[in-house]
Ligand binder design. Structure first.
Ligand code: NDP
Length: 256
């Protein structure tokens, strides 16, 4: 039951759109307090307002707190300074959702650009690791906490043209497994969620803004939407404390 999520502090990276934004709303509905991170302040603030409305609609007491914080996970200095920006009452994070990520270009390995390669690793891998490092010591000290990493089907099986993105998501999978084994003698939980095709802002970013190329990917199937994956995130977080969903692989029907 999502009752277990009431009054928990949930930190979500990449909360300004797509899966992360939908997750923010669902956690708010469940009565969780939120720390929401992303680079675009306007989008992030709009999500924070929608989450606040969800708090009110769900009858969450005035105690329901939401802190939108503009932050680029690919910037080590900004991540280092994050805790100083988190309000005192939200310092004890219970659930960390490492969701920020993107794919740039679908290129042949010989054509991959140095800056795109670096950007994908910086956000999808190093950013996720940095944010985890920031909170895992607290989780260990408190003997509680849940890290939920958003990987991808692309991390399970690589496809042609996905050279760097697939490699970043394979790294997320591998890192999640290491982390889980590192905390296996504690109550800390580690989950990696591996979605298939989800129609979000990500879909068109991938093709450098080319909408018709983006649409072609979804021919012959009904892609997942951000809310579908957000529901899975909330579901794993709300399991009884003795259950850890280590991996959750969720695909649209008809995706090969
Ligand atoms: P969106 O592009 O809709 O959302 C991505 C979010 O990440 C945005 O809020 C964006 O906000 C944020 N973000 C990107 N880079 C950074 C950064 N450096 N620092 C902080 N925030 C950042 O995509 P999705 O919701 O689809 O993607 C969410 C996750 O799901 C990603 O990890 C993606 O790889 C994964 N995924 C997506 C699939 C899909 O088909 N869509 C399939 C499988 C996995 P802002 O620009 O404001 O920073």
């Amino acid at each position: 039951s999502t009752q277990r999520l009431e009054n928990k502090v949930v930190l979500i990276t990449g909360a300004s759109g797509g899966i992360g934004a939908e997750a923010a709303i669902l956690f708010a509905k469940a009565g969780s307090n939120l720390i929401l991170l992303a680079r675009r302040a306007d989008k992030l603030n709009a999500v924070a307002e929608a989450a606040s409305a969800a708090h009110k609609a769900a009858g969450v007491q005035a105690g329901g707190k939401i802190a939108p914080i503009v932050l680029d996970v690919s910037d080590a200095k900004q991540v280092e300074g994050l805790k100083a920006k988190i309000p005192a009452e939200l310092q004890n994070v219970d659930i960390l959702v490492n969701n920020a990520g993107f794919v740039l270009g679908v290129d042949k390995i010989g054509d991959i650009k140095e800056d795109e390669m670096a950007a994908m690793f910086e956000t999808n891998v190093y950013g996720l690791i940095r944010i985890t490092q920031l909170f895992i010591k607290d989780f260990k000290a408190r003997a509680s906490g849940h890290v939920i990493n958003i990987g991808s089907v692309a991390g399970r099986e690589a496809y042609a043209g996905g050279g760097i993105y697939c490699a970043t998501k394979a790294a997320v999978r591998s890192f999640s497994q290491s982390l889980l084994r590192e905390v296996v003698d504690t109550p800390i939980r580690v989950t990696e969620i591996q979605p298939g095709l989800v129609e979000t802002g990500f879909s068109v970013v991938r093709f450098h803004g080319d909408q018709s190329a983006a649409d072609k990917v979804y021919q012959g199937l009904e892609p997942l939407v951000g809310k579908d994956v957000a529901e899975e995130i909330v579901w794993v977080a709300a399991r009884p404390p003795h259950i850890n969903i280590a991996e959750l692989f969720v695909m649209p029907v008809n995706q090969a």
